[in-house]
Write a protein that binds this ligand. Structure first.
Ligand code: GAR
Length: 209
């Protein structure tokens, strides 16, 4: 059974997609061990509690410096003995100590087709603002492993979504969530739970079942 920790900061619709996918059997052999929030007011915490999942808030604001926060987050996740960390709208830069402790065992959902509109400053609604400002006709979402860079880790799965002429950042964000994020994130977790994802030379291979 794959034990996962889902890390959140906000609304938690991707967390909800994972909870629903476990409930309806789209994801099997997986248990959400804990939901960790960086923000005590995140609605994602309520979603977790409604589903009977253990929650904890580890906020950078509770520590005098970043090092203390990084240490606490890493130690907590090691102590919970999770197999996989899922970043689902976790708006905190992931510390190197955590990446080293969970090499190729941290995945992130990003709301664009990496390498477009990613890296420093590209998160949440800003990603969609940038995509519309550039006038792209296709955007989408990416699930990737987390390495020391920002959105630079091995890509596991991507899904394209059409940009419409009258899109606003909000309508584009919603369509990308519905058509891409809420599908590919559960799909990747299920593949990992069945040992079908491997990394070699920084590239991901998905084996046939
Ligand atoms: C999602 O669109 C996710 O892809 C994005 O934040 C949103 C969180 O929504 N993540 C990033 O931008 C990470 N760089 P949610 O809390 O409703 O799942």
């Amino acid at each position: 059974m794959l034990k996962i920790a889902v890390l959140v900061s906000g609304g938690g619709t991707n967390l909800q997609a994972i909870i629903d996918a476990i409930a309806d059997g789209t994801i099997t052999n997986t248990k959400i061990e804990v939901v960790v929030s960086s923000n005590p007011r995140a609605y994602a915490l309520e979603r977790a509690m409604n589903a009977g999942i253990d929650t904890v808030c580890i906020s950078p604001k509770s520590y005098t410096d970043r090092r203390g926060f990084h240490q606490a987050l890493t130690e907590y996740l090691l102590q919970r003995n999770v197999d996989l960390i899922v970043l689902a709208g976790f708006m905190v830069v992931i510390p190197e100590i955590l990446i080293r402790s969970f090499r190729n065992r941290i995945i992130n959902i990003h709301p664009s087709l990496i390498p477009s509109f990613c890296g420093k400053g590209y998160y949440g609604i800003h990603v969609h603002e940038a995509a519309l400002a550039r006038g792209v006709k296709i955007s989408g979402a990416t699930v990737h492993f987390v390495d020391e860079g920002t959105d630079t880790g091995p890509i596991i799965m991507q899904k394209a979504v059409e940009v419409l002429a009258d899109d606003t950042p909000e309508t584009l964000q919603k369509r990308i969530m519905e058509q891409a994020e809420w599908k590919i994130l559960p799909c990747v977790i299920n593949l990992i739970a069945h040992d079908r994802v491997s990394v070699r030379d920084n590239k991901v291979r998905i084996s046939k079942d």
